[in-house]
Every structure is written in structure tokens, then in C-alpha cells.
Design a protein. Structure first.
Length: 335
């Protein structure tokens, strides 16, 4: 898509207030077109440089299993595709009440002016309350440029605090990745490698039911609300080949586990569990390193650590991996 960005920048407009110009010099107008076929969505999804798990086809199917209607859109102008976007819709009596875009759209053209065209197309799609209220958590990283683009497109800010996580770059050699984590995290990893832990990789329904049993026990014991079990079952059934359960085994018994998704060029940790033996042996460090090795070998360019806040203990543990931290641009509204 680089030729699109170059042509747009050549039109003499700078920054987020620019818009892509067609040959005649008038601002381009993009349109939203439904995507019905998985093959079309997947072909475009695989070209996205910064994919987000919540925009994966299987994630939408999981939400469909718990009552959401799923719409998948292609945003394009005369020059071709600009972005794809998965939308979750709640309906009452067949009418759309509220729609949600979570960590989307996924931009195919990285130029800032093209992004503004996409945002304006989405805003027009929800104009005059024809499709109900839109709750929009954009995939744009937080900052003045993103806020200016969203306001220029006509969105209203609801909440400034967006999703935060970190990406581990999987493109360097493994030695360089290992050298990049904190010394404390690296020492715990070294300790785990001396604990006679073995790795077991599984896929399929039995693996999902096992981790869901641990997940349900965790939610009950620690009194928190995580991803609902029917959602996870629907999602993993839709994208069975994209989910791998990593288990650390000690004396033939699992002591820690991570469920990992692959979506396009990225992977993301989704559910995890660690028992007492796993805590004593730093088995989670062992597993995360195995995730890095295996996802790199499968061609993934980055591992998303699945979100965290910097104030909790688990967030500090993830932050010690020294990934590239990011925070998205909060919640916005259109109606």
C-alpha cells in the first residue's frame, strides 16, 4: 500500500487534517462494504502490520456465541482497500441498539491522511443514529495526533484511558530477545530451566476444556470476571488451528499453562494458570520463553502480552519482559 501513501502525501496536505486526494484533487470519500466470506477477510487480515486479536474472525464468532451480531467491513476508496473492521452489534426486536468496535479498524494503508479517510467513513456509517450508538475503542495509539484525527472525523470522547499492553519483537535472534528482558526476569527463567520442567503442546477441544476448568476455578477463587466460558468455546471452535495450549509439566503433571492465539502476523497470550508447584519453579517464565521460541519459529513477528496495568503484580511481571509498551486512544462515541 506504500504507493497509496506516497501519492496521498504528494497532494500537498500535511498531518492528520489531510485527506487522500483522488486524481481530480477533491478529497477522497471511502465507503464501508460488508465482508461475508472468511477467505476474503483472512487474505486482508494477513497483510495487516499491526493486527489486534479482538479483530480476528474467530473472536467475532466467539462474541456471536454470547448474543452479539457480527458485522465485518471493508473500508475502501477509489484507490482500493484502506482498512478492515469487525463490529459487534446488540439488537432489540431486530433493530441495532448499540455497536462496538474494539481495537479496530485494522489499517491496510499506514499513511495518517488515509487513516482520517477511514475514520470519517466509519463516522458516516453511524450517522443520524441509523445504526444505533457506536462505542468505539480505536486501534490508534494514544496521543495528540490520534485525538485530533478522531475529533476531526466527528467522534466524541467518552473515556481517555484505553487498552494497554506490550509487544515483544520476535524478529531479532533469540539470544538478542533474551538479552532484552530485565535481569530479574532472566534469572527467574534460568532458574526455571533447572527445574526439570517439560513442555507439552496441545490443541483442540480437550485442551480448551482443561484450561477452561482452571480458568473457572481461578475466577471463583479470586472473585473476578474473566472471559465467559461460552465465548471462549465459541471462539476456539471457530479458530481451532490458531490456539495452542502451552503446559509446563513436572513429574508428568501440569503446573502452569498459557493459552496462546495466533492472529495474522502476531500472537497473543489469552488465558493463563499457575499452580503452587509452578510458582515455586517459576514455570510461567519457562512457558513464556517457550511461547516466544515457538511463535517465532511459526513466523510471527510479535507477541502481545495480552494487556496489563503497571500497578498490579502481574503487570510488573510482564513489564519486566521489556516489550514495546503501548496504550490505545481510549473510548469514543458516535450517534
Amino acid at each position: 500500500m506504500a504507493h497509496r501513501a506516497k501519492a496521498a502525501r504528494g497532494g500537498g496536505r500535511d498531518g492528520v487534517n489531510a485527506s487522500v486526494a483522488d486524481i481530480g484533487g477533491a478529497p477522497a470519500v471511502a465507503r464501508c462494504i460488508p465482508i461475508e466470506q472468511y477467505a476474503q477477510w483472512d487474505a486482508l487480515f494477513r497483510t495487516v502490520a499491526r493486527p489486534h486479536f479482538t479483530q480476528a474472525w474467530c473472536y467475532g464468532d466467539g462474541k456471536n456465541a454470547v448474543g452479539w451480531t457480527v458485522q465485518r467491513l471493508l473500508i475502501e476508496d477509489k484507490g482500493g482497500p484502506l482498512a478492515i473492521c469487525q463490529v459487534l452489534v446488540r439488537k432489540i426486536l431486530g433493530l441495532p441498539l448499540v455497536s462496538r468496535i474494539n481495537r479496530g479498524p485494522l489499517f491496510l494503508d499506514p499513511a495518517p491522511e488515509s487513516r482520517l479517510v477511514v475514520l470519517r467513513a466509519l463516522r458516516r456509517h453511524w450517522q443520524f443514529a441509523r445504526r444505533g450508538l457506536l462505542l468505539f475503542a480505536p486501534s490508534l495509539e494514544a496521543g495528540p495526533e490520534a485525538e485530533a484525527a478522531l475529533r476531526a472525523a466527528g467522534f466524541v470522547q467518552r473515556n481517555s484511558l484505553g487498552w494497554g499492553s506490550a509487544l515483544i519483537d520476535l524478529t531479532p535472534p533469540l539470544d538478542a530477545i533474551r538479552a532484552g528482558v530485565s535481569s530479574k526476569w532472566r534469572n527467574h527463567l534460568k532458574n526455571s530451566l533447572r527445574q526439570n520442567l517439560e513442555l507439552r503442546l496441545t490443541q483442540g477441544a480437550d485442551a480448551i476444556e482443561w484450561i477452561l476448568a482452571q480458568h473457572a476455578h481461578n475466577m471463583a477463587r479470586k472473585n473476578f470476571a474473566g472471559p465467559p466460558l461460552p465465548f471462549v468455546r465459541g471462539m476456539t471452535a471457530s479458530g481451532a488451528a490458531d490456539f495452542t495450549l502451552f503446559q509446563a509439566m513436572r513429574d508428568a503433571q501440569p503446573c502452569s499453562a498459557i493459552l496462546v492465539s495466533r492472529h495474522g502476523t502476531h500472537a497473543e497470550t489469552f488465558l493463563s494458570w499457575t499452580g503452587e508447584v509452578g510458582r515455586q519453579t517459576h514455570a510461567h517464565h519457562f512457558l513464556l520463553w517457550q511461547v516466544i521460541e515457538h511463535m517465532k519459529a511459526r513466523g510471527c513477528s510479535a507477541l502481545d502480552l495480552g494487556g496489563y496495568t503497571t500497578s498490579d503484580k502481574y503487570g510488573a511481571y510482564k513489564r519486566a519482559m521489556k516489550g514495546r509498551e503501548y496504550r490505545l486512544a481510549g473510548e469514543w462515541l458516535a450517534f
